[in-house]
Design a protein. Structure first.
Ligand SMILES: NC(=O)c1ccc[n+]([C@@H]2O[C@H](COP(=O)([O-])OP(=O)(O)OC[C@H]3O[C@@H](n4cnc5c(N)ncnc54)[C@H](O)[C@@H]3O)[C@@H](O)[C@H]2O)c1
Length: 339
């Protein structure tokens, strides 16, 4: 397939580009290198696959993305302003990249008669609704109880509750993808993703907490835990997500208009405190950490019910938390200077 990956220098985009290029798919990366560090991903990809095309461009510029996406079979739309904290500080930029940018990508796909769009949405579209789910807790973690014990699924409400600017801007993109399918017949699928981690992710205190904790523990830098550290997420290894995206592109007509909740699922949940203990054991050293106030709109627990994507596409995570974390430890250890 001929694939255009917006944000293809970023963590998810470059992991996907690597996976698809290894299978001889034709890849064009469209990225403005907005996120610090991602130019290293581009260098890495081009050293492996000189045929990968790179267009330095911004999804906020509709003419540029429209010209760049002529003739592609599928657009994987991963480009975004990805942090809640930055969206609170600068909601306009967040809106322009995530809402207008996604609109521009869809318009480009419609005008160019592109085969389909695979969209990266987020659990943040559920907003504060998630915090109404009853919880149980142990010494190290919170978990959902009752109806949502298996996790949040596609039917969970998205509206009527507080969202952050990031949650709103991503939700508008999410809704636009679905509407372009119903109104214009543009094939599209929405992935409401929780926490993705892996090599080539430049995690920091604002986004990419698993890699941020790994980097900080290896280098002895201090970690701030906002809240009590019992927050739980289902973590999904980047290569497993790439496999799902390929399946989605191959089946885009069949699944068009669908939303999937995507993550590691209940089996691959971990709390902040549990990750720290795991890292201390694996690395044989103590992490340096302290606690601070909860951050606005933080969800105490979020994990995805992945039954639907499993049933419809036969996909499920293959990489265990332990195996994925060991791979990332290895990568970070060798690439500390890139952070
Ligand atoms: N990583 C996660 O845990 C996670 C969880 C849920 C959703 N998501 C979503 O997945 C997608 C990918 O996330 P990621 O972790 O790879 O983030 P990332 O920051 O590593 O990658 C995003 C890429 O988009 C590029 N970009 C930003 N603004 C752009 C613009 N205006 N024009 C062109 N390129 C632009 C950046 O330079 C970067 O390379 C995003 O849409 C994000 O909202 C990620």
């Amino acid at each position: 397939m001929k694939a255009l990956i917006t944000g293809g220098a970023g963590f998810v985009g470059s992991t996907l580009a690597n996976y698809l290029a290894a299978k001889n798919h034709e890849i064009t990366i469209f990225d403005n290198l907005f996120r610090p560090g991602v130019e290293n991903n581009l260098k890495w990809l081009r050293s492996l696959y000189p045929k990968i095309k790179f267009i330095k461009g911004d999804i906020r510029h509709h003419d540029r993305i429209t010209k760049s996406s002529k003739d592609c079979d599928v657009i994987f739309h991963t480009a975004a302003q990805t942090t809640v904290t930055k969206s609170l500080d600068d909601p306009r930029t967040d809106f322009e990249i995530n809402s207008l940018g996604t609109f521009n990508v869809l318009e480009a796909a419609r005008i160019n008669n592109c085969g389909g769009v695979v969209f990266c949405s987020t659990n943040k579209v559920f907003g504060a609704n998630v915090n109404k789910v009853p919880l149980k807790q142990s010494k190290t973690r919170y978990m959902f109880s009752g109806k949502y014990t298996e996790g949040i699924d596609e039917k969970f409400p998205i509206d009527s509750e507080e969202h952050t600017p990031y949650g709103v801007s991503k939700l508008s993109g999410d809704q636009y993808v679905r509407d372009y399918n119903t109104i214009y017949g543009l094939p599209g699928v929405v992935n409401r993703m929780s926490c993705i981690y892996g090599e080539h992710q430049f995690g920091n205190t604002d986004q990419g907490w698993v890699v941020h904790f790994i980097y900080s523990t290896i280098t002895g830098k201090p970690i701030t835990i906002y809240g009590d550290g019992k927050q739980v997420r289902d973590i999904l290894y980047g290569c497993d997500l790439a496999k799902l995206f390929e399946k989605e592109a191959e089946n885009i007509t069949k699944i068009s208009g669908r939303v999937f909740t995507v993550g590691g699922g209940r089996k691959n949940t971990i709390s902040l405190l549990e990750l720290i203990t795991k890292l201390e054991n694996l690395l044989g050293k103590k992490a340096v950490y302290s606690f601070s106030e909860w951050r606005p709109a933080d969800q105490k627990v979020y994990y995805s019910n992945i039954a639907s994507v499993k049933k419809i596409l036969g996909w499920q995570p293959e990489t265990s938390v332990d195996a994925g974390i060991k791979n990332v430890i290895d990568w970070v250890s060798k690439n500390q200077d890139l952070f």
